[in-house]
Design a protein. Sequence first.
Lengths: 114, 187
Amino acid sequence: MNRNPQPPPDWENDQPLWDLLGRAREIEPSIGFTERTLRRLHSEPVATPQLARWLWRWALAGGLAIVALMASVGYRHTHARQQAALYAAVQQTDYPEDFDVIAALHWIEGEHTP
Amino acid sequence: MTAHDPDAARMLRVRDGDESAFRELVERHHRAVINTIYRATGDAAEAEDLAQRVFIQIYRSAHRYEPTSRFTTWMFTIVHNLIRNEYRRRNRHPTDSLEALAALPDLHTDLHANDPAREVALNELQQRIADAIESLPANQRMAVILARYEGLSYDEIARVLHCSVSAVKSLLHRARETLKTQLHPYL
């Protein structure tokens, strides 16, 4: 690798800037970098590929969404069944018909009192 | 391509399971990778760790390697992607940023200066250059680093940054203007 490359043609008017940038700090790699890299290569588990991670996340989110949907549907279904049962019970109750009430108006208005 | 690029030939050996070829690649390129990451992130403390991750990724991606371009172009594409991920991670977890450490004196820095006054002046100049490069937008910064310090051609930089050659020229033009303004006192 060329550590001090020549400037490309369109930098020719900026040679001083090119030279100045060349004075930037360069860090010295620490001794044993290669050995440490090889050790790390063999000690680190192979990372789960990005795609698999995304699939796993989406599967988890999808699963939670399905559970929430099923809970919601179940609740609505139970609620509707209870409502229907209540309605049926109300329907079966023996309420007096209107004409019974009309016939008993004199009694309601106090005519039955002595 | 392999006939002209011995590193591409090494990489093909790595693909065939030759670990000694991988060792040679690390030896040949670790300085360039570490310094590219250091210049892009401004983080000397983390540069070696990220560089190790680059080489591990190179090894583990060897089966996908095709010598269609120079090995270094492929290598710097991995460096660029890793740096971009690092920026994203830092944006998500700002407290993880180690930029503060970058401001500390660097024990590895080779100053080649014995005179304390000269050393201070050189340190200041280097800090101003680093600050100016760091102030550039990410793609401009990477284009400058690859052109100035790694000697990549515009075509190679375009491959690394996944953009056109004219976009690279534009990035470098804008970067030059910013750098000239920021480093004006030293020019």
